[in-house]
Design a protein around this ligand. Structure first.
Ligand code: AMP
Ligand code: MG
Length: 522
């Protein structure tokens, strides 16, 4: 175990790529550069609010002992082996090319070697301006930092690929935000999250190099990514290697989105600068879990006009975003046929993973072609009834195998309903359950195995927005009991140990900002 202060950071990204070493924090374009040096801007009084023991253990970092350690987490102290920088990337935002973006408020401190020999990047989010801050301040507010800290750790415990969060500090500074984008800005407490990931590279890191026609930088970044994060394919010959790598990115992206759909997660801002090249959930902003099952639900107020990033659109947006990555990689190929084929394969890969995932949620022994009708019927029924997704699947686990009458079935699922069902919906539910139970009877595995599969794939505790909202409100008043409780519950999402949170979204939270919808202001 190492102390934060004594970690010997490596700086392989810095050592391998051209960057702007001036340390100038004024916003600007940085052609030819993959990063710009950015020393964190000190804050008034960093105070530790949360620390992830599990992640610290995995990284081999000792718990902070004194203010010196906390100063590192707040960006007030930079050790000798750190080389703080902001990465340069671009992106497509809401379907349009946005040009250069970059880490506007994230600063990587360096890469550290974990006890198992892997390198992980440590990054501060909210540590002050960088060359890529554009007109913004490089800071983050407490509410968005609490959300990122809790949610990235919650996703980890759910088994969903994600970047991690090591610590959350308040800064003692006030940050000005127009939370509702309605011309009424106000001061809010500032905070900083220390994030950790093998890499924070995004599709956008490749897109910027293609857009700037820096083909040799592009080639170098692709090779470096393969060498460091996809080492099993590094010995393939050149063109083949890049195709194999792209196929893996396609596969991981499909896996990621299927995992989101399994637990009912809506990212909310699937711009290509928020798509991890490692297939991780990255950049937690106006995200939400589904309460009521609604494929058109988007938690992001900025996304409301087109609902581009709604729950049910995430799979096709994954494909669209991979298309942007493929376009960026095209200059590395004499002809793009193989690249196009690899991209097109996403659709079948995704569908097959999605069906397997649903099969697991339903406790099927395997997914047979005849099960597809049942799955379609399930989705139609859920989308009409709009029950609470999490509660519905938990009640499905508890259902007896013997088919009872319609009223019994409706009563059984009652706790998942947000409104009373009409006659047609009652019929839909009953018919689905009838077909489901007769399918379950044909399982070749034991009932216990089928149940285990359902328990493993259907979370019972999810970090609902209304819970996050309540804990943030309390924290802003200096009260941390719910915040602490949520940190315990999120470590155990498949058990019944935290059933005090096994409830539908309460009515007071229906229209309340932060509970259902959020703006991007953070
Ligand atoms: P997002 O969609 O939130 O991931 O952010 C899009 C871009 O805006 C990224 O380049 C961010 O670094 C940048 N950005 C967001 N908020 C801030 C801020 N407060 N200060 C500087 N840059 C920001
Ligand atoms: Mg982002």
């Amino acid at each position: 175990m190492q102390n934060l202060r004594s970690i010997k950071f490596k700086n392989e990204f810095i050592d391998n790529f051209d960057g702007d070493q001036s340390g100038d924090l004024r916003p600007r374009q940085t052609p030819g550069m993959l990063y710009s040096k950015a020393i964190p801007t000190p804050v008034k009084k960093p105070a530790l609010l949360a620390w992830s023991d599990e992640l610290a253990g995995e990284l081999g970092i000792k718990n902070p002992v004194d203010q010196n350690d906390i100063d590192i987490l707040g960006g007030n102290q930079v050790t000798d082996t750190m080389y703080p920088y902001a990465a340069c990337y671009a992106g497509h935002q809401f379907g349009s090319w946005a040009g250069q973006l970059g880490d506007g408020r994230a600063i990587t401190l360096g890469e550290m070697q974990t006890p198992c020999g892997k390198l992980w990047e440590l990054q501060l989010k909210g540590a002050g301006p960088t060359a890529y801050s554009r007109r913004a301040d490089g800071r983050a507010v407490l509410r968005s930092s609490v959300r990122e800290y809790l949610m990235s750790e919650a996703m980890f415990h759910l088994g969903v690929p994600t970047t991690r969060a090591l610590s959350l500090v308040t800064t003692g500074d006030q940050v000005m935000r127009d939370m509702f984008y309605d011309g009424h800005p106000g001061y809010e407490p500032g905070a900083i999250v220390m994030r950790a990931s093998p890499s924070f590279l995004r599709f956008g890191n490749f897109e910027i190099l293609a857009a700037r026609q820096e083909v040799s930088n592009l080639k170098k970044l692709v090779d470096w990514t393969i060498e460091n994060f996809y080492p099993h394919i590094k010995n393939q010959n050149n063109e083949n290697r890049i195709i194999l790598w792209f196929k893996e990115v396609v596969e991981r992206t499909a896996d990621l989105i299927v995992e989101w759909l399994r637990v009912g997660f809506v990212h909310g801002v699937m711009n290509t600068d928020n798509m991890s090249i490692l297939g991780l959930t990255i950049d937690y902003g106006p995200f939400s879990f589904l309460d009521d099952y609604d494929i058109n639900f988007t938690p992001n107020t900025t996304d409301l006009p087109g609902r581009r990033y709604a729950f049910g659109k995430q799979a096709s947006i994954g494909y669209w975003n991979l298309g942007c990555l493929a376009s960026a990689l095209a200059p590395l190929f004499p002809d793009t046929q193989k690249l196009t084929e690899a991209l097109e394969a996403y659709k079948d890969i995704y569908v097959s993973k999605y069906q397997d995932m649903l099969g697991n949620k339903l406790g099927l022994d395997e997914v047979k072609p005849t099960d597809i009708d049942l799955m379609i019927e399930l989705e139609k029924m859920l989308n009409s009834i709009k029950p609470d997704m999490t509660i519905f699947y938990q009640l499905l686990i508890d259902l007896t195998l013997e088919l009872k009458d319609e009223q019994y079935i409706i009563d059984h699922f009652k706790d998942s309903f947000y409104k009373e069902l009409d006659k047609n919906q009652e019929k839909m539910l009953y018919n689905f359950i009838k077909n489901y139970l007769s399918r379950i009877q044909t399982n070749t595995c034991t009932r216990e195995i089928s149940l285990q599969r359902m328990r493993k794939n259907n979370p019972r505790f999810i970090l609902r927005n209304f819970l996050l909202h309540k804990s943030i409100e309390e924290l802003e008043k200096g009260e941390n009991s719910l915040f602490l409780k949520l940190q315990e519950a999120m470590k155990d999402p498949y058990s019944k140990n935290f059933d005090e949170f096994f409830v539908r979204r309460p009515e007071w939270a229906n229209e309340k900002a932060g509970c259902s919808m959020l703006s991007c202001s953070s």
